[in-house]
Design a protein around this ligand. Sequence first.
Ligand SMILES: [Zn+2]
Length: 235
Amino acid sequence: MNEMNCPACSASLTTGSASCRFCRVAVRWDASGPTIVHPELRAGVAICSIDLRREAFPGEQERVTLETFTAERTPHGAKVWLSADRARTFPVWGVRMRDQSVRTRWTAHDPGVYGGVVARREPIGKAYTTYAFQVRPEDRVFRLVRTRGGSVVECTAIVDWTPSSAVAPTGHPNELVLAARGGSLQGWVNGVGVTAIHDHSFGIGAPGLIFETSRLPATGGSGTFEGIEVCMVDQ
Ligand SMILES: [Zn+2]
């Protein structure tokens, strides 16, 4: 039988097969050989669902007041404030999965803030590897990054800041979903599929939320997360 190589991981691929046995990427065949395709991933059975309007995030207190960070549960959700140029991740450490769909709905209250969901956050020594799918409502853009690090974080854009009319502006809620199955990563903003790419850098870890602030305004910024839902992934 004719053999070719997987366009994602270079493992040998049997001609005509629908996916790579090694990295599980889906492929389509034409005269020039296999190319990667992204069948839509769908959220399956719910693993964990936290309503932040009613309960605190796992491992977090109902109210935290620090110089650079405050968090408070309100009737609208977990309201988080960060001083300028900071990032904070809220992982659900009780859940460690390969394939996961992570959903949140959050509202930015200030310019210069961005946030969303993380997947496959995994401790490696004193550092973490993480995928993060975020929107910056002020500019109505989204991005998908992978990060590595502890006190200093190295951030690599898989999809850099990209304008999308699906992103709601500051003061309006944005619903984000990041689904990962094998090396396939797909992101939705308010029900619109905005990105589908292949990256097999990180294979397993915890889902969670992420909130960040830019350098400006110097007063920092806040946002409110209504909840988080983690599901299995169907295809
Ligand atoms: Zn492969």
